[in-house]
Design a protein around this ligand. Structure first.
Ligand code: AHR
Length: 495
């Protein structure tokens, strides 16, 4: 049959659980992500809780965000946490040397961030400044955050209004150590990592601390090889990977005014995530056959030129249906690799790169990427249902890409969810799935689509793109037949 992709669902009781942490976010002190984004200050006329916008709190709660990475990014290896505690008027200023050279007044610090995480019900993912600090500064930080009472740092925390410790599991040990974190070799960083990790404790003896080594840039397999070879497995729980999607790194192009060639190239880099994970995982399998160390993709997303008239160091960009395609396919890739990929962080949460939320003064909008993240919450902590299929092709200028991306899971209540993406810019695609063995009685669906790939939500029309009910499917003799419009994302629920 023309344009039909036949998908087989494999019922495998040993399949992994899709960790909800795959749906994590990242908020750096960069541009308008924190200041004039998440944090407007208590005196702002924008309704806020401890200075954090209430509309953003509500929107992030809507995504059930499982973890939030902070304060960077490159910023993390310039950050001195003691500058961000105590009375705000006494906090020293610094220059944000990576992002626009602006003055950072440290008014949003560790208390502000960890309290926000508690309000959101999300797990913090903090970072050690390895690039420009010391083991001592870092161990003080661990003591400040996690030690119960009666130590110099827990006393200081109490003085600052927080007697009880916070519960922080995830810690990054430096960021992009091959680049902005210090331009190190993997051999040098592995040694430094060993030193930092040796002194790390959450002070609870609970063995819960999750230490994440700064990982490879895209296809730098040598980096992963050295880290996996040189870091003892009792000192590490996760190794990171960063990979962004773009047209060309040197010529990124506009986030909204792009042609099909640029769309196609962007999707080539986005879909490359599958190969990257396969190859990094193969190296990890060699050194860690028992799958103890997780692969953490703690930066991913689309990266374009900044919006005209905005600070080039602020990385502010719009978000279109192209980004919905990146999000839908990337999250499917992560789900399908959930035996090794245990956590990921979209870059970034508000007003930076592939943001889920954009703000302008009092106004706020939810991007197409937000809606995909929300539609996919059904996969959080559900058991993966592995799929096998050979996708129809999306052809552009004699080059091809698989048009269809899919993943499926079964949640604790027995509900089956299937997320499907058709990235083809022009062609509808049909999917057939044999569901006889699923014992399904009722199927419902939602879709995110629009008439143009370049479509996006604006502050004047913030609801132009939002999920709608999807009905273009039928079940015939136990086979589910679905019609996927061009560049659309569909999530089906079967019960
Ligand atoms: O997300 C923006 C930047 O991209 C981060 O600070 C850095 O880690 C990466 O290069």
């Amino acid at each position: 049959q023309n344009n039909t992709t036949t998908v087989k669902i494999n019922l495998d009781e040993t399949a992994p659980i899709i960790s909800k942490h795959i749906y994590g976010h990242f908020a750096e002190h960069l541009g308008r992500c924190i200041y004039d984004g998440i944090y407007v200050g208590e005196d702002s006329k924008i309704p806020n809780t401890n200075g954090v916008r209430n509309d953003i709190i509500d929107a992030l709660k809507g995504l059930k965000i499982p973890n939030l990475r902070w304060p960077g990014g490159c910023f993390a290896d310039t950050y001195h946490w003691k500058d961000g505690i105590g009375p705000k008027e006494d906090r020293p200023e610094m220059v944000n040397r990576w992002w626009g050279g602006v003055t950072e007044d440290n008014s949003f610090g560790t208390h502000d961030f960890l309290d926000l995480c508690e309000i959101l019900g999300t797990e913090p993912y903090l970072a050690a400044n390895v690039g420009s600090s010391t083991v001592q500064e870092f161990t003080d930080y661990l003591q400040y955050v996690g030690h119960k009472e009666g130590s110099p740092m827990s006393d200081l925390r109490k003085e600052n209004g927080r007697p009880e410790p916070w519960n922080v599991t995830f810690w990054g040990v430096g960021n992009e150590m091959w680049g902005c974190g210090g331009n190190m070799t993997p051999e040098y960083y592995s040694n430094l990592y060993r030193q930092y990790a040796t002194f790390m404790t959450d002070w609870t003896n609970s063995d819960k601390m999750f230490r994440i080594a700064s990982g490879a840039n895209v296809a730098d397999y040598h980096w992963t090889e050295v880290l996996m070879r040189d870091i003892p497995k009792n000192l590490i729980e996760g190794v990171a990977l960063h990979s962004y999607s773009f047209v060309e790194w040197e010529k990124k192009g506009s986030s909204t005014k792009f042609d099909e060639a640029q769309y196609f190239s962007t999707m080539q880099t986005a879909l490359k995530m599958d190969e990257l994970i396969n190859k990094h995982t193969a190296i990890m399998d060699k050194y860690d056959p028992n799958n103890k160390v997780a692969l953490i993709v703690d930066e991913w997303g689309g990266w374009y030129d900044v919006e005209e008239g905005t600070n080039p160091g602020f990385l502010y960009q719009q978000n279109t249906m192209r980004d919905a395609m990146i999000a839908g396919t990337t999250l499917n890739i992560f789900n399908n690799h959930s035996s090794r990929v245990k956590m990921a962080n979209l870059a970034q949460t508000v007003n930076v790169l592939q943001a889920v939320i954009l703000t302008e003064g009092e106004k706020m909008l939810l991007t197409p990427t937000y809606h995909i993240m929300k539609m996919y919450t059904v996969h959080h902590d559900a058991q993966l249902l592995p799929l096998t299929f050979e996708s129809e092709l999306y052809t552009y200028n004699n080059e091809t890409l698989p048009a269809i991306s899919a993943s499926a899971s079964k949640d604790k209540n027995g509900l089956v969810h299937i997320s499907l993406v058709n990235i083809d810019s022009k062609k509808e695609n049909k999917i057939e799935i044999n569901i006889k063995d699923l014992g399904v009685k009722n199927i419902t669906g939602s879709i995110l689509s629009s008439s143009k790939l370049q479509d996006h939500n604006t502050f004047d029309n913030p609801a132009k793109i939002q999920p709608k009910e999807f009905k273009n499917f039928k079940v015939k003799k136990g086979v589910l037949e679905i019609e996927l419009p061009p560049f659309s994302v569909v999530v089906l629920e079967a019960k």
